[in-house]
Design a protein around this ligand. Sequence first.
Ligand SMILES: [Fe+2]
Ligand SMILES: [Fe+2]
Length: 439
Amino acid sequence: MSDLIFIARYIARNPFSLSRRWFMKSKGPSQILKSGTGSHLRASSATQALDDCLNLAEQPQFRRLMIVDDDSDIRRLLARVFAKEPDLEIASVSSGEQAIEMSVDQKPDVILLNLGLPGINGYETCKRLKAREDAANIIIVSARSSEREQQLAFECGADDYLVKPFNIPEIISRVHVHFRLRQATRVANEAREAISNQSSRVRDIVSARMRETIAMQELALFTLARLVERRDDDTGNHVMRVQTYAGILAKELAVNSEYAYQIDDAFLDDLRRSTPLHDIGKVAISDSILRKPTKLSREEFETMQTHVTIGGDLLDEAIGSSEYGGFMKMAAEIARYHHERFDGTGYAEGLAGTEIPLSARIVALADVYDALTTERPYKPAYPVHRARELILAQRGKHFDPVIIEAFERCLPKFVDVSKRLRDSVLRETKLAPQALLMT
Ligand SMILES: [Fe+2]
Ligand SMILES: [Fe+2]
């Protein structure tokens, strides 16, 4: 493509540095593109489209020439000169008005334009013709030979200038150059359009593949998170519920809190993917502790607490081993800090207030709400009003007061989710986990 543009620009800037011999003997711009540096284009996915354009360029093109001169002798002479050309259509008019009107339908490729016309003069005619889309190449043919007059013509858009009296071989050569230039430009435009269409198809395919890959990644991680969860809870949908509660809280905070500026679509997306991994560190905790039906000893509890560091380190390592860390950064943050408390009495690092990442503060509340409202080996499921009381009592202690406020506003949604994703739902409905989340 760049070769095509280069050739078109080169010809546009230096129309007369290319000899007529080159044009007459070569097979046109397509020949240049198929040799030398242009060959790399075949390797691209757009090669076929480009070849189509080149084939088009090699096909004989019907050319249209318009002669605009008030002198009938000149019109006759030029018409006679070019009448010998094959595949050439000639139109002759005596005024600028006629040229402007006729060129709408006839769409000439090259116009030979006199400046001293009756009515609209040649400069104005040139300007109006050039204002159109896909305007013809205009060669001024005039007796006016001063530098000022030529400059004015070029300022009006003229592509070339021949001073009368002209010689026949020269005017033929110039007209041929401009036909070739038109054809090269047309080929370049066609190729650009074809490659652009091809690129957009490639982009669509790549983005579809990306979506598939991301969906597969999410499913794999979700499955991993559920496997970990299954070790200490045989039937639970804990992972899905916490993910949904956290999403509800984050959306509420995004529209109605001082944290709104921190939460955009990317944050919500990362949170959705990250939350299921919050307890991934439990993979390293023994069954005897995880599944113990009675209260843990101090030593056992300390071992249990290590799941946050283990999970954080595990996910940090995963980020380090890939250049596409993406949402894993938030996942590591949540895994490491979801047991921190707002007043600094949590674990593992004892962070306080907004030192604790927002994502982890959100998941902390979602996680505890689910633990309170579901049955565990060591406790029954508390009713919603009791869970609410316990959580509100932790305002500024365990939980961020701003997130508590959002929780109060969202409680009806929490209740609805806990019903939809109650622990027996998976078996009853046989729906895939992701499908349940869509409902
Ligand atoms: Fe945890
Ligand atoms: Fe949890």
